[in-house]
Structure formats: C-alpha cells, structure tokens
Design a protein around this ligand. Structure first.
Ligand code: MLT
Length: 263
C-alpha cells in the first residue's frame, strides 16, 4: 500500500494494471483488502485502484465528519492525485452509499457504476438510533465489541457454516480498525440522505449485484434500484450474503467482467 495526501488526510491506496480505471470502494467496517480477489483479476485488463476510507486501514482522519459526501470528496481528491479524470466505480454497501455521494457531487467523473450489496434508501429512525448506540459502544469498548454482531450480519449462513477462513478474515479486518474511524462512519451513515431520488438521474451504465442471502441490504432493495435506474442490469449471486465479492468471488468476478466487457 502507498499513502498519498488528499483532501486534508493521508489516504492509503494501491493501484495495479493498465487500462480503463476501475476503483473499488470498501464496506463498513472493513478495509480495502476485502477487494484482493478483484484486484488480482481485474488488474490484468484495467488500471485498478482500491483505498481505505478515512479512519479505516491506513487512512487518517482530520476534523471533518465521515459523511458520505466527505467520502465522495476524498475519492475525487484521490483521483485528482492519481490524474484519473473518469473511472468505473464499484462500491459495496457503505461503498455504494459513498458512490451515491460521488454520483451526485462528481457526476461527470463516473464512467460506469457498480452497486454491490447496497441500497439507495436511508435509515429508519430506529436504524439511526442503533448506529449512534453502536458508535458509543465502539468508542467505549473497541472494535472487538462489535465484531461478533457484525459478522453474523455481514456473512451469509452458508459462509458462516462452511467457510471459517472467510469469517476469520472479515473478523481480522474489523478488529484491525481504530474505534474512532468506525464510530465516525457509523454517524456518517446515520446522517446519509435517501438517495432514491438520484436513481432516475443516473445516466452511466450501471450494474447492480447482490447476494441471494444478503439480509443487511436484501435483494428487494437491489430490485427496487434496478427498476429505477434506466438500462441497469441486476445479477443475484446465489448462496452469498452481504459480502458477495468475498463469499463467492468467482461468481462476483464473472458478473463484473461481463458488465465491464460490455462497455
Ligand atoms: C456495510 O456493509 O458497509 C454496512 O454494514 C452497511 C450498513 O451498515 O448499512
């Protein structure tokens, strides 16, 4: 990983390969290594970039809150620093929430959009309260205190039962993060707007991918996005939960490759 200064913070990122830029946005509360299987495959045909959101992995925080708009501006500043004008953006879950921020603030820089295991809708009031409570817990007791609860929500039952290596990897990612970065992202997600009104304005080619067993952002949310984004395509990854790219990397990569080669 390399570190670069952008938008007032140090951003830890990596890039590989040559070709049309493809940028991966990681989920909460993980880091960019969740994309290892995609970086390995897509760097053969694309200039791929992944990075850690502010407060995660090797990226720092400043005084700004970790809202999805600030995340989107961090991404734009990173692209500036790498001299990338336009890119395909692939965001999973919180990465997708930030991709909506990018779509609304930096529309012209989007070559195509991949929305994976995410949703356009905002949180319910109860959901917001839960996030605020979780932010307090993580600040008081550290990331370990939320890892068990998160694991059962992030991974599908087939992965939890049959793939302990993936579960261990996800747990390690969660526990390697700093409490403050996690807490600020929770507050940022709680404050994010409903992006449903944006969907009809998306003009770039869009792929929507979701695990069939995703309970956090269920397939019904993806179906609703697909119905509202003109010309979008939807792929459901069988036997995957919320982290479809980690749980079924081959199927995920196949869906992504099919989409990218059609552009
Ligand atoms: C994520 O996977 O990024 C988050 O769990 C999404 C969320 O909590 O809404």
């Amino acid at each position: 990983m390399t570190t670069i200064s952008a938008n007032g913070i140090d951003i830890s990122y990596r890039e590989a390969g040559k070709g049309r830029p493809l940028v991966f946005l990681h989920a909460f509360p993980l880091n960019q290594t969740m994309w290892d299987e995609q970086i390995a495959v897509f760097s053969e045909v694309h200039r791929v970039v992944s990075f850690d959101w502010r407060g995660f992995g090797g990226s720092t925080l400043d005084s700004k809150p970790s809202t999805m708009d600030v995340f989107a501006d961090d991404l734009a500043a990173l692209l500036d620093a790498l001299s990338i004008e336009r890119a395909s953006i692939c965001g999973l879950s919180m990465g997708g929430y930030a991709a909506f921020g990018f779509q609304s603030r930096h529309t012209k820089r989007l070559a195509s959009l991949i929305l994976a295991d995410t949703r356009a809708t905002g949180d319910s009031e109860e959901g917001r309260q839960n996030r605020r409570q979780m932010a307090t817990t993580v600040r008081e007791a550290g990331p370990k205190a939320i890892a068990d609860q998160m694991l059962t929500r992030l991974l599908g039952s087939k992965t939890l039962e049959g793939n302990p290596a993936v579960a261990a990897r996800v747990r390690a990612m969660i526990e390697s993060n700093e409490s403050e970065g996690i807490a600020r992202a929770l507050l940022g997600m709680a404050d994010r707007p409903d992006s449903t009104p944006l969907l009809g304005k998306i003009e770039c080619p869009t792929l929507i991918v979701v695990g069939s067993d995703d309970t956090l952002t269920p397939p019904s949310e993806s179906e609703a996005m697909a119905a509202s984004i003109a010309g979008s395509r939807l792929v459901i990854i069988l036997d995957a939960g919320h982290l479809a790219n980690l749980e079924r990397p081959e199927q995920f990569n196949q869906a992504l490759a099919g989409f990218l080669s059609s552009l």
